[in-house]
Design a protein around this ligand. Structure first.
Ligand code: SF4
Length: 219
């Protein structure tokens, strides 16, 4: 089971199989990704999870979700101060395991209060947990990075095919605004392959909400 991993040009490498020196030598960002779950309320057309064959063979697929204790035990075996950032990411949507994020972040911050922490999310955490979750992340998470994916509610729903329906777009934006009150760094991301016109429209959505946009390469 791969719990802590790093990523090299889209390839996932368990931290058990690579040292920090090897990461430096290969020019791999010194990030630790935490793989908590396969679960996600979305079924994005481009998601590796939706390809069953890929899901079964990909090393990040979890036959069983790791317990909080198992995740912390893996952290205990490494010197986290050598890394730049710890990111809750993985195959599924991390906020499906909100309690684990909170407890593991508490552990990380207790061990090293300066260690930057981030959640990469689809922004549907409030809908998943049926409550406003940003206040619970205060002082534990430094960055929330939300995949915006689309400029309109219709397109967002078409791409994500999430189980909450068309209202999910407004809920996702509301979550982002809520995060601004509790999290130092809130950013929307979009993949560069969606085209310049859509990116411009998305930039306007971000500007209206007062949230930064990062255009990232599609992997
Ligand atoms: S939100 Fe992320 S994990 Fe969920 S289906 Fe879409 S790409 Fe996959």
């Amino acid at each position: 089971m791969v719990i802590l991993y790093t990523s090299d040009k889209g390839n996932f490498i368990s931290l058990k199989n690579i040292t920090i020196d090897e990461m430096e030598a290969r020019g791999i960002k010194k990030n630790i990704y935490v793989n908590l779950t396969n679960r996600c309320p979305c079924a994005c057309t481009f998601c590796l999870r939706t390809t069953k064959k890929m899901a079964e063979t990909n090393s990040l697929w979890l036959q069983k979700e790791p317990t909080i204790e198992e995740v912390i035990a893996e952290f205990e075996s490494i010197d986290i101060s050598l890394y730049d950032e710890i990111i809750f990411c993985g195959f599924g949507e991390p906020t499906e395991r909100l309690d684990a994020i909170i407890e593991i972040s508490k552990y990380i911050k207790k061990r090293n209060s300066n260690m930057p922490t981030r959640i990469n999310t689809n922004g549907l955490g409030d809908l998943i947990n049926k409550k406003e979750i940003a206040p619970l992340l205060k002082d534990l998470i430094d960055t929330v990075s939300i995949s915006l994916n689309a400029p309109t509610a219709e397109e967002f729903y078409e791409i994500t095919k999430n189980k909450f329906g068309i209202e999910s777009y407004e809920a996702m934006k509301k979550f982002a605004v809520s995060c601004k009150s509790y999290i130092p760094n809130v950013v929307f991301t979009v993949v560069d392959c969606i085209g310049e016109d859509d990116i411009k429209t998305i930039q306007k959505v971000c500007d209206d909400l007062g949230i930064k946009l990062r255009v990232r390469p599609f992997e």
